[in-house]
Design a binder for this molecule. Structure first.
Ligand code: ADP
Ligand code: MG
Length: 680
């Protein structure tokens, strides 16, 4: 088949680069031209096909120019109306012509009518379509007919290659009661008349099931392959020694929860093998991930290697620095601190200590992996709140140790944005995942209140009360996505207003534009109880840990996303005090905002919130930065196809070890050029 380059270009806009892509371009819906209804019996409210003779045709100009034809069959008649039409249509839709119309009948002023039906002139007795007519998503300038024809041709060619079309071994087809690939594709492009349209539309038909399985399997295979490739690279063996770690645990004011101890073991085991760990540590806000990271760092340091600990914001990096240097320096371990806004001299000193290996642990923002930063012997990179970093940044840090001595450092990623199970089984399947599924003891649950903005007075009263009892309060200013300047201005104004309202309290302000020095000062004052009410922008969203703060007010909560609200709320409820989070909202609420607030009000479990968030938003947005590197699912739907996802997961390893050729062909078919994507 020769396709003009203009058409090629259009096709590639649809993601179609070859014939296989063409046959995987599946219909979005169907038109049923396999049945004819008589005009009198045709149901309303759905698309139907009728056939009749044109008995009257005219162009009227009132109320506006339109082409009107009366079409009649033996049972009755209807009006066909075109508001936009070509001269050619006037010429061909003339009295005496036999036409087939496909459209919806509705009751118009002059009786039954079809507006802008698909209209085709036919001969008497012309046979009906033998299959449903597919409708494909297309792009400007590529007619549905052209696309149909191209796909039809591709299908024909592949039809004769039936034995090469199948990429699944008999065993898997049998085990999961799947139907053949060619059969599925043929059925989905050209469904037979007797098929259940419902099963097609809901994608529950066996043909859909097979296609979705294939898609999920391709994803699993590529993830598994990537996983295996990682094992071919080398990393330093960081065996578990006890000296530093035991000493450290002894000086700690608390003991690890069982969940923490379990993930520490998993990580410790990974560090001791000779290929790079890539583990994602998930744990809800406040579950105690930092200490787990600290223990991993100690294991690296114990073996004479360095560790890097990267956080997405200066406030968080600074806080980690305070905490970890407090833990490590008594053990004689030097910790370096690096941030973008540091003074030149300090920065240079930190860089030197990192380069010479004097500093065993380096903590910082993404400043840590800029080009001129050289580590002496980096063995482990820890990335806190990993979903905040772009793919490029994560890759850059991993490569830090790589060119040095031929090894790749181990990598520990941490996230408090829990990834729902189906997502971690699919898009994150190339990572190992550890989960902390309990909170440290002694926490009291957070009470969430939804309060409309016009009841601010009550909130003010509550703040007074809390502070009178020696508690501390966060006030989170609205997120203004369109303008950072406006957001800053709002924060400053809120600070002024609240300072006036609470003359008896020390009111602090922290926002993203403060120098890191000033940020650190404010946070330290808050931490030590010298600031009672802290006005903050969402810079405090991640990681900030001040256990005595037990009341949080979030303004315009309706503007924030679920994970952001959950993160913010997690700043309280860190001590033994019963904590309250007040979500102020502005009325009226949009439908989606109402849903979000309801979810955050009803749930405190981050996994449940994430699961519902996934339902609300779909995986695309959820994946954020990761998305750019990972092929998205087009057909399978993680929420409804969990059973298929499990089947695909179970099959992937079998395929790779028993049928490697089929596995490669399968990946090639589904991912083609996308197999070379960056995996971080
Ligand atoms: P996150 O998982 O959100 O990063 P952090 O590591 O900041 O949580 O820990 C939250 C708080 O819980 C910190 O104050 C930390 O010292 C404390 N913590 C961590 N583990 C325990 C534990 N096993 N027992 C008591 N407190 C703990
Ligand atoms: Mg944290």
């Amino acid at each position: 088949m020769t396709i003009s380059s203009a058409v090629m270009e259009k096709l590639s806009r649809l993601g179609i680069h070859n014939e296989l892509d063409l046959i995987l371009h599946l219909p979005i819906r169907y038109e049923d031209e396999t049945h004819l209804f008589s005009i009198a019996d045709a149901p309303t409210g759905r698309t139907v096909q009728i056939e009749g003779l044109i008995v009257h045709a005219e162009v009227v100009v009132r109320p506006r120019r339109q082409l009107i034809c009366h079409v009649e069959d033996s049972s009755g008649s209807l009006v066909m109306r075109f508001l936009n039409f070509y001269g050619s249509q006037i010429k061909s839709y003339t009295v005496g012509k036999r036409v087939r119309l496909l459209g919806e009948i509705r009751d118009g002023f002059f009786g039954a009518e079809m507006v802008h039906p698909k209209c085709r002139i036919v001969k008497e007795g012309e046979s009906l379509a033998s299959t449903m007519t597919p409708v494909y998503s297309t792009t400007a300038g590529l007619a549905q007919n052209v696309l149909r024809k191209l796909i039809g041709q591709a299908l024909q060619r592949f039809g004769s290659l039936s034995n090469q079309m199948e990429t699944l071994p008999e065993k898997i087809i049998h085990e999961y009661r799947l139907i053949g690939f060619r059969e599925s594709i043929a059925c989905l492009h050209h469904p037979p008349p007797e098929i259940s349209l419902e099963a097609l539309q809901t994608r529950s038909h066996p043909a859909w099931r097979r296609i979705k399985f294939d898609e999920l399997l391709a994803q699993q295979l590529s993830m598994r392959l990537h996983y295996r490739q990682r094992r071919d690279r080398s990393a330093p063996v960081l065996s578990r020694k006890h000296q530093l770690i035991d000493q450290f645990l002894q000086q700690l004011a608390f003991t690890l929860t069982a969940a923490q101890a379990a993930v520490v073991n998993e990580i410790s085991h990974d560090l001791a093998v000779a290929y790079p760990m890539q583990r994602l540590l998930q744990g809800d806000v406040g579950s105690g991930k930092t200490i787990v990271a600290a223990l991993a760092a100690l294991q690296a340091i114990d073996n004479g290697f360095q560790a890097a600990f990267m956080a997405p914001t200066e406030i968080l990096a600074e806080q980690h620095y305070q905490k970890l240097s407090g833990w490590f320096e008594p053990l004689g371990i030097q910790v370096a601190w690096l941030s973008g806004s540091q003074k030149k001299k300090q920065k240079q000193a930190a860089q030197d200590a990192i380069a010479s290996g004097e500093a065993k642990l380096a903590i910082g923002t993404h400043a840590l992996f800029q080009e001129h930063i050289a580590f002496h012997r980096l063995g482990l990179a820890i990335i806190d709140e990993q979903h905040r970093f772009g793919v490029q940044q994560r890759l850059a840090l991993r490569m830090k140790g790589a060119h040095h001595d031929g090894w790749v450092p181990h990598q520990l990623m941490m996230s408090a944005t829990p990834i729902p199970r189906t997502l971690s089984m699919s898009y994150y399947a190339d990572l190992d995942v550890s989960i902390i599924d309990e909170l440290p003891p002694g926490r009291s649950p957070i009470l969430t209140k939804l309060i409309a903005d016009n009841r601010r007075d009550e909130v003010i009263e509550r703040i007074q009360q809390a502070c009178r009892h020696g508690k501390q309060v966060y006030w989170v200013c609205p997120l203004i996505e369109e303008s950072e300047t406006l957001q800053l201005q709002t924060a400053i104004e809120t600070h002024e207003t609240l300072s006036r309202i609470f003359p008896n309290l020390t009111v602090g302000l922290v926002h993203g534009r403060l120098s890191s020095q000033d940020k650190a000062t404010v946070m330290a004052l808050f931490k030590h109880g010298e600031i009672q009410l802290l006005i903050a922008t969402t810079v405090i969203e991640v990681g900030v840990d001040v256990p005595n703060a037990s009341l949080m007010v979030i303004e315009n909560a309706e503007r924030m996303g679920l994970s952001q609200l959950h993160q913010l709320r997690g700043r309280v409820g860190r001590g033994a005090e019963a904590s309250v989070c007040i979500l102020l909202f502005q009325q009226p609420l949009s439908e989606i905002a109402r849903k979000r607030l309801k979810i955050i009000f009803e749930h405190t479990d981050g996994f449940e919130i994430a699961r519902q968030d996934l339902q609300l938003r779909g995986p695309g947005e959820f994946l954020g930065a990761r998305q750019s590197g990972v092929p998205m699912l087009r057909f399978a739907d993680l929420e409804h196809d969990e059973e298929l996802l499990m089947a695909a997961q179970a099959s992937a390893d079998d395929m790779l070890s028993l049928y490697p050729d089929l596995a490669l062909r399968h990946i090639e078919r589904w991912l083609g050029e996308k197999t070379e994507y960056l995996r971080v």
